[in-house]
Ligand binder design. Sequence first.
Ligand SMILES: [Cu+2]
Length: 152
Amino acid sequence: MEKHRTEFNKAYISNFAKGLMKKYYYIAIVAVLVIAIVGGYFALYSHKNFNAGNSQASAAFNNSSGPIQTIVIQASRWQYTPDTITVKEGTRVHLIINNTDFGHGIAIPQLGVFGMDSADFVAGQPGTYQFRCPTYCGAGHRDMVGSLVITA
Ligand SMILES: [Cu+2]
Protein backbone atom coordinates (compact mmCIF):
# COMPACT_ATOMS: atom_id res chain seq x y z
CA MET A 1 0.00 0.00 0.00
CA GLU A 2 2.75 2.40 1.01
CA LYS A 3 4.72 1.46 -2.10
CA HIS A 4 1.71 2.10 -4.30
CA ARG A 5 1.33 5.52 -2.91
CA THR A 6 5.00 6.31 -3.54
CA GLU A 7 4.70 5.15 -7.15
CA PHE A 8 1.61 7.21 -7.56
CA ASN A 9 3.32 10.28 -6.12
CA LYS A 10 6.29 9.80 -8.40
CA ALA A 11 4.05 9.58 -11.46
CA TYR A 12 2.08 12.56 -10.28
CA ILE A 13 5.20 14.66 -9.71
CA SER A 14 6.69 13.66 -13.05
CA ASN A 15 3.46 14.55 -14.87
CA PHE A 16 3.31 17.80 -12.97
CA ALA A 17 6.91 18.60 -13.96
CA LYS A 18 6.20 17.78 -17.59
CA GLY A 19 3.17 20.01 -17.52
CA LEU A 20 5.22 22.80 -16.02
CA MET A 21 7.93 22.42 -18.64
CA LYS A 22 5.35 22.54 -21.41
CA LYS A 23 3.91 25.66 -19.85
CA TYR A 24 7.33 27.33 -19.69
CA TYR A 25 8.00 26.26 -23.25
CA TYR A 26 4.88 28.10 -24.40
CA ILE A 27 5.70 31.10 -22.24
CA ALA A 28 9.18 31.18 -23.79
CA ILE A 29 7.74 31.06 -27.32
CA VAL A 30 5.26 33.82 -26.54
CA ALA A 31 8.03 35.92 -24.93
CA VAL A 32 10.25 35.55 -28.00
CA LEU A 33 7.36 36.52 -30.30
CA VAL A 34 6.50 39.56 -28.19
CA ILE A 35 10.13 40.70 -28.13
CA ALA A 36 10.41 40.23 -31.91
CA ILE A 37 7.21 42.16 -32.62
CA VAL A 38 7.96 45.01 -30.20
CA GLY A 39 11.59 45.20 -31.38
CA GLY A 40 10.53 45.20 -35.02
CA TYR A 41 7.96 47.88 -34.37
CA PHE A 42 10.48 50.14 -32.66
CA ALA A 43 13.07 49.58 -35.38
CA LEU A 44 10.55 50.53 -38.08
CA TYR A 45 9.10 53.36 -36.04
CA SER A 46 12.46 54.97 -35.33
CA HIS A 47 13.43 54.73 -39.00
CA LYS A 48 10.11 56.33 -39.91
CA ASN A 49 10.82 59.16 -37.48
CA PHE A 50 14.31 59.52 -38.85
CA ASN A 51 12.99 59.70 -42.40
CA ALA A 52 10.43 62.35 -41.48
CA GLY A 53 13.12 64.51 -39.86
CA ASN A 54 15.49 63.78 -42.68
CA SER A 55 13.21 65.09 -45.41
CA GLN A 56 13.27 68.47 -43.64
CA ALA A 57 17.06 68.35 -43.42
CA SER A 58 17.45 67.56 -47.12
CA ALA A 59 14.82 70.16 -48.07
CA ALA A 60 16.87 72.75 -46.16
CA PHE A 61 19.93 71.54 -48.06
CA ASN A 62 18.15 71.95 -51.42
CA ASN A 63 16.76 75.37 -50.54
CA SER A 64 20.01 76.77 -49.24
CA SER A 65 22.66 78.44 -51.36
CA GLY A 66 25.67 77.91 -49.09
CA PRO A 67 28.84 76.19 -50.28
CA ILE A 68 28.58 72.42 -50.56
CA GLN A 69 31.10 70.27 -48.75
CA THR A 70 31.20 66.58 -49.53
CA ILE A 71 32.48 64.35 -46.75
CA VAL A 72 33.04 60.64 -47.07
CA ILE A 73 32.75 58.56 -43.92
CA GLN A 74 33.67 54.93 -43.76
CA ALA A 75 31.32 52.87 -41.58
CA SER A 76 32.45 49.44 -40.50
CA ARG A 77 32.03 47.15 -37.50
CA TRP A 78 32.24 49.05 -35.16
CA GLN A 79 33.57 52.45 -36.00
CA TYR A 80 33.39 55.47 -38.22
CA THR A 81 36.46 56.69 -40.04
CA PRO A 82 36.92 59.55 -39.49
CA ASP A 83 34.94 59.62 -36.26
CA THR A 84 35.04 63.39 -36.00
CA ILE A 85 34.02 65.71 -38.81
CA THR A 86 34.23 69.47 -38.67
CA VAL A 87 32.24 71.87 -40.81
CA LYS A 88 31.58 75.57 -40.77
CA GLU A 89 28.17 76.96 -39.90
CA GLY A 90 26.01 77.51 -42.98
CA THR A 91 27.80 74.88 -45.06
CA ARG A 92 25.66 72.48 -47.04
CA VAL A 93 26.98 69.11 -46.01
CA HIS A 94 26.73 66.18 -48.38
CA LEU A 95 27.70 63.11 -46.36
CA ILE A 96 28.56 59.95 -48.21
CA ILE A 97 28.51 56.87 -46.02
CA ASN A 98 30.70 54.11 -47.24
CA ASN A 99 29.32 50.98 -45.57
CA THR A 100 32.10 48.45 -45.86
CA ASP A 101 30.64 45.39 -44.17
CA PHE A 102 27.02 46.08 -43.28
CA GLY A 103 24.31 48.67 -43.97
CA HIS A 104 25.22 50.84 -40.98
CA GLY A 105 24.19 54.32 -42.06
CA ILE A 106 24.31 57.42 -39.95
CA ALA A 107 21.94 59.28 -37.64
CA ILE A 108 22.41 62.72 -36.08
CA PRO A 109 19.20 62.86 -34.03
CA GLN A 110 19.66 66.45 -32.81
CA LEU A 111 19.77 67.69 -36.40
CA GLY A 112 17.11 65.35 -37.77
CA VAL A 113 19.68 63.81 -40.08
CA PHE A 114 19.43 60.19 -41.12
CA GLY A 115 20.86 58.27 -44.01
CA MET A 116 21.98 54.83 -45.01
CA ASP A 117 24.27 55.66 -47.94
CA SER A 118 24.16 59.44 -47.87
CA ALA A 119 22.68 62.36 -45.99
CA ASP A 120 22.28 66.02 -46.84
CA PHE A 121 21.83 68.83 -44.38
CA VAL A 122 22.79 72.40 -43.64
CA ALA A 123 25.20 72.90 -40.75
CA GLY A 124 23.17 74.95 -38.30
CA GLN A 125 23.79 76.07 -34.74
CA PRO A 126 27.53 75.76 -33.91
CA GLY A 127 28.29 73.01 -31.42
CA THR A 128 29.20 69.36 -31.16
CA TYR A 129 26.64 66.80 -32.22
CA GLN A 130 26.91 63.10 -31.69
CA PHE A 131 26.19 60.80 -34.58
CA ARG A 132 25.53 57.09 -34.30
CA CYS A 133 24.75 53.98 -36.23
CA PRO A 134 20.98 53.67 -36.78
CA THR A 135 21.01 49.99 -37.70
CA TYR A 136 21.65 47.26 -35.19
CA CYS A 137 24.85 45.67 -36.41
CA GLY A 138 25.99 43.40 -33.60
CA ALA A 139 27.91 43.48 -30.34
CA GLY A 140 29.70 46.77 -30.89
CA HIS A 141 26.71 48.64 -32.32
CA ARG A 142 26.51 51.00 -29.33
CA ASP A 143 30.17 51.91 -29.76
CA MET A 144 29.58 53.22 -33.26
CA VAL A 145 29.54 56.88 -32.38
CA GLY A 146 31.21 59.94 -33.77
CA SER A 147 31.07 63.70 -33.52
CA LEU A 148 30.06 66.38 -35.92
CA VAL A 149 31.57 69.71 -34.93
CA ILE A 150 29.96 72.82 -36.37
CA THR A 151 32.18 75.85 -36.01
CA ALA A 152 31.01 79.46 -36.08
CU1 LIG B 1 25.02 49.55 -35.72
